[in-house]
Structures are given as C-alpha cells and as structure tokens.
Design a protein around this ligand. Structure first.
Ligand SMILES: *[C@@H]1O[C@H](CO)[C@@H](O)[C@H](O)[C@H]1NC(C)=O
Ligand SMILES: *[C@@H]1O[C@H](CO)[C@@H](O)[C@H](O)[C@H]1NC(C)=O
Ligand SMILES: *[C@@H]1O[C@H](CO)[C@@H](O)[C@H](O)[C@H]1NC(C)=O
Ligand SMILES: *[C@@H]1O[C@H](CO)[C@@H](O)[C@H](O)[C@H]1NC(C)=O
Ligand SMILES: *[C@@H]1O[C@H](CO)[C@@H](O)[C@H](O)[C@H]1NC(C)=O
Ligand SMILES: *[C@@H]1O[C@H](CO)[C@@H](O)[C@H](O)[C@H]1NC(C)=O
Ligand SMILES: *[C@@H]1O[C@H](CO)[C@@H](O)[C@H](O)[C@H]1NC(C)=O
Length: 446
C-alpha cells in the first residue's frame, strides 16, 4: 500500500512538471497541429406530431495518429430547451431518465444531459443501423483508415411545442474518448452539409448544420506515462535501457514476477485502488509498453534499424496499435518490412515524422505478456542515406521522439546513448550537451 501510495505521489509530481511544460505552449502538438475530432449535427428533416427534428450526428477523427480505442467514445451534451430523444439509430443513450410525464408514447431518453454511446456490431439489428455506426465507439486515425475514422448515428429529437425550426443547438458538448482529455467548443451554425446525388450531377443539402471541434490535451487527460524507449547498436555491445522509473518505480521486493502499474488513462487524482492499476511484468522502467530502436546495419548507401514494440501488460492486448517516430532520415524511408507505414506532414519540425502500424491479419494485435515472455511485434526498417547528414556519431541515428498510441514515450537522456567506440568519446561531452539542449528546448516547446 505504501509503495502504491508513493507511486501515486511520484505521478502527482510528474503531473506538476507536465503542467509547467504545458502551460508554456498550451500543449500544442507540432506533430499534428491541425488534429481534432469534429462533431457535426446535420438536421435532415423537421418533424411534426410530435414536433422536432431528425438529426445525423457524425464524429470524425481528424487526428493523424491519435485513435479512440475500446471501450470507445461517449458523447454528451445538455439540451438547450427541454428536448427529449424519441428514438435513436446506430447508437443509444446510456440513461433513459425520468419520462413519467409522457403518456401515450415513451421517449428513448428524457435526460436533460444525455450521454450517447456506440453500439457493438453484434448488438445492432439491421433496422437500428446507420452507415458508420456500430463499431463499439472506436475511431481509427484518418491516416490509417479513413473509412473507420468516423462514427455516425441518427437521433429523432422532440422539441417543446412551437416551431421546431427555431431549435437551439445542444450546449456543453463533452467527449470522453474513452477517458478525459478532450475539450469541445460550442456547437455553432455552419454552412449546411452538402452531398451529391444522381452520380454527382445534383447537390443536396441538409436543412441545418451545427458543428463543434474537440481537441486533445495530454495534460487534461492526466495520463500516467505508459511507454519508454530503449536503444542499442551493432557497434556497441552496451544496451541503453529505458530510464529507470519511466512509468513508476519497482517495489523493493524483487522476488515477484508481476508488478502493479498505474493503469493507462487512470486519473492521477483518484486513489490507487485496484481498478486503477494494471498488472505488468516487473521491470526497472515499469512501463506497460517499451519501444526498442536497434541500429542494425550500416551499408554503403543504406542503413537499417530494427524496431521492436513490447507489451509488458499481463491483462491487455493492444489492437490496432500505432507507433510514431520522429527522425530526420525518415524522409528517405525505403521500406518497413513487417509494419505498414506512412510519412506525416510535420509542420515546422524540420525532422520527418513516420507513422507505423501493424499489417492486417499479421501483427495488428500486440499480445499481452505471459509468464514466459512479453508480447512483441517488430520490423526492420531500411533507410536510404542522405550523405549530407548521415552519421553514427552524437546520437544522430537515434529517434528524437517516439509515441505509442499517441502517448509520448520516455527517452533515455542523450548522455546514456550508445556511443561509437574509439575516438568519438573525445567529442562526446560537448555534442551530447548540445543534443541535450536541443531535446530540452523541444520538450519545453511542447
Ligand atoms: C479540424 O481538422 C480539419 C482537418 O484537418 C481542419 O480542416 C479543420 O480546420 C480543423 N478545425 C479546427 C477548428 O482546427
Ligand atoms: C419525474 O418527473 C415527474 C414530472 O416531471 C415528477 O413529478 C417526478 O417527481 C419525477 N420523478 C423523479 C423521481 O424525479
Ligand atoms: C432497434 O430497433 C427496434 C425497432 O425500431 C427497437 O425496438 C429497439 O429498441 C432498437 N434497439 C436499439 C439497441 O436501439
Ligand atoms: C455549460 O457549462 C457551463 C460551465 O460549466 C455552465 O456554467 C452552464 O450552465 C452549462 N450550460 C448548460 C446549459 O448546462
Ligand atoms: C489477447 O488476445 C489473445 C488472442 O486473441 C487472447 O487469447 C487473449 O486472451 C487476449 N488477452 C487479453 C488480456 O484480452
Ligand atoms: C496498409 O495500410 C493501408 C491504409 O490503411 C491499407 O490500405 C493497406 O491494406 C495496408 N497494407 C497491409 C499489407 O496491411
Ligand atoms: C580502439 O579500438 C581498438 C580495436 O578495436 C582497441 O584495441 C582500442 O583499445 C580502442 N581504443 C579505445 C580508446 O577505445
């Protein structure tokens, strides 16, 4: 218990540090400056008897590498005018609320502040389905799968007596995806959504459209660190391990094989109850996930890296995981043998940012650890050399930053990077100081 408490304390401390970093820059993410989740209410039809409207709500993930994982999104709002939900297709309100004032017909939900969740495919009958519904609330990054990057459902809204077409947009939109972290702006009127008909020859528009943009802040998400980076090279037998205590500190008793680690997404303010803890394989870093970068070969015109992602969590598989890597040479990424990959446009970063994810039916599932081994997926990456910049010195060959599933992984300090044997050690202190400064200024910028 004492150990768990000290764990919580160390996270609280980290979150204070995070706050300091974030307040400088408002947690702006240079890897994805335009990323957002946009929520759109399209009013398809006014209805009478009862008065109201039929709306299609679309949740579109415009983030390039941030996804919404199981158990999926929850979207909520506060009705402006005592509206009720008569029925829904493709999603459901989690609470019916007090509908006792309705006599002949019972609405789907009478809550003033309904919370909506997506259906699972197996819960949806054909008549309850809409295009883009029923994926258990998961949203892919648009870069990885545009067709799975949105959810859509229909809601039949009853307005109080009077003309429905003067309806007010719902207020105080909230998005849990699945935990906290997103802040949504007000739903406001925008140009009505237009779609095409008759093979693109006719344009049809909805009656009215309200839109809101939700953005993610890792500070608001208050997540415990969940990932770290380790490094090795062919030219130095020393492996640079993840920084000790990257995601928490191991208990003094080293005889056990399993450890308790703060659950990914657990709020730091909450107590360290078992619900908020994960059981992971014990390690000095205590992270549920480790990403290893091994500089494997140095050819005449190419060089090769082996990238391995390991899951230390005993109770959790990562489905559709992704890894984001920032490295200046990724622009010349020739081939990732066993992962799918793409380059992201990184505005104002100078370095290239590559996104890697699993191949369908091969390694898109990162399995949980068991007694014998950690779960892992790996690939070799072939990079063409840019002779202007390529060097094995001064840590250039190592990634500048790595994210796993959108979460920043703890890097080892540049002083601990594997060094070239012979000679290079003379220059090391100066260069690693410069590198440390660069990395520090990056961190403060973020
Ligand atoms: C949300 O993302 C889309 C797509 O990148 C972009 O067009 C739009 O401007 C963004 N909205 C805001 C408010 O940033
Ligand atoms: C439910 O609503 C009715 C009418 O609006 C009200 O009289 C009743 O007290 C409410 N019941 C509860 C449990 O809030
Ligand atoms: C599905 O539709 C049927 C008939 O419209 C309705 O009775 C049922 O409650 C709906 N189920 C869900 C989960 O919305
Ligand atoms: C929306 O949230 C704000 C701030 O939390 C609150 O002051 C306001 O009353 C809320 N509006 C509604 C309609 O609930
Ligand atoms: C992970 O997936 C494998 C294979 O589908 C399954 O056997 C295992 O029970 C899953 N583990 C967890 C923790 O869900
Ligand atoms: C790689 O990703 C793209 C985009 O999601 C997809 O179309 C393609 O099928 C994937 N390739 C493999 C081999 O999984
Ligand atoms: C340099 O390398 C040679 C052979 O690899 C080795 O014998 C020598 O000790 C090394 N010198 C230093 C300073 O590491």
């Amino acid at each position: 218990m004492a150990a768990a408490l000290s764990l919580v304390w160390s996270f609280k401390l980290m979150s204070v540090v995070l706050l300091a970093i974030c307040s400088l820059s408002d947690c702006y993410d240079p890897m994805d400056p335009n990323g957002n989740i946009t929520v759109t209410f399209d009013i398809l039809q006014w209805t009478s008897n009862p008065d109201g409207y039929l709306a299609r709500v679309t949740i579109q993930n415009y983030y390039q590498y941030r996804h919404v994982d199981k158990p999926g999104w929850n979207i909520g709002w506060t009705w402006a005018n005592n509206e009720v939900i008569w029925s829904m297709k493709g999603a459901f309100a989690t609470d019916m609320g007090n509908c006792s004032s309705f006599k002949s017909q019972t609405p789907h939900s009478c809550k003033k502040d309904p919370v909506i969740a997506d259906l699972l495919l197996e819960q949806a009958s054909p008549e309850n389905m809409t295009a883009g519904c029923c994926r258990g609330g998961t949203l892919y990054p648009r870069t990885i799968s545009p067709s799975n990057s949105f959810s859509s459902f229909e809601v039949l809204v009853g307005t109080p007596e009077g003309h429905a077409s003067s309806a007010h947009a719902p207020k105080n939109l909230t998005l849990l995806a699945p935990g906290p972290g997103y802040t949504c702006g007000p739903l406001s009127d925008v140009d009505p959504t237009v779609s095409s008909d008759i093979g693109g020859r006719r344009h049809v528009q909805v009656y009215r459209t309200w839109e809101s943009t939700c953005t993610y802040s890792s500070f608001l998400a208050n997540k415990a660190p969940m990932c770290c980076v380790s490094l090795s090279t062919f030219y130095n037998p020393i492996i640079t391990a993840c920084p000790t205590c990257s995601c928490g500190c191991r208990e003094a008793d080293k005889s056990t094989d399993s450890c308790m680690s703060m659950r990914e997404g657990a709020q730091l303010s909450s107590s360290s109850s078992a619900d908020n803890m994960d059981i992971v394989k014990c390690s000095d870093h205590m992270c549920p996930v480790r990403v290893h970068w091994h500089v494997k070969n140095n050819y005449m015109n190419y060089w090769k890296v082996k990238l391995t992602v390991s899951n230390y969590n005993y109770q959790r598989n990562y489905t559709d995981w992704n890894v984001l890597v920032q490295h200046p040479n990724l622009m010349l990424l020739e081939k990732a043998y066993s992962f799918n990959s793409t380059l992201l446009p990184a505005v104002g970063l100078g370095d290239e940012v590559g996104l890697f994810w699993g191949l369908k039916y091969y390694n898109e599932l990162l399995l949980n650890a068991d007694e014998d081994k950690v779960g892992s997926v790996s690939t070799e990456i072939l990079l063409r050399k840019d002779f202007e910049s390529f060097t094995l010195r001064n840590g250039w060959a190592f990634p500048r930053r790595i994210y796993f599933n959108g979460e920043d992984c703890q890097m080892p300090p540049p002083d601990d990077f594997p060094i070239l044997p012979n000679g290079s050690s003379k220059q090391k202190p100066f260069h690693s100081l410069v590198l440390a400064l660069i990395i520090f200024s990056f961190k403060t910028l973020l």
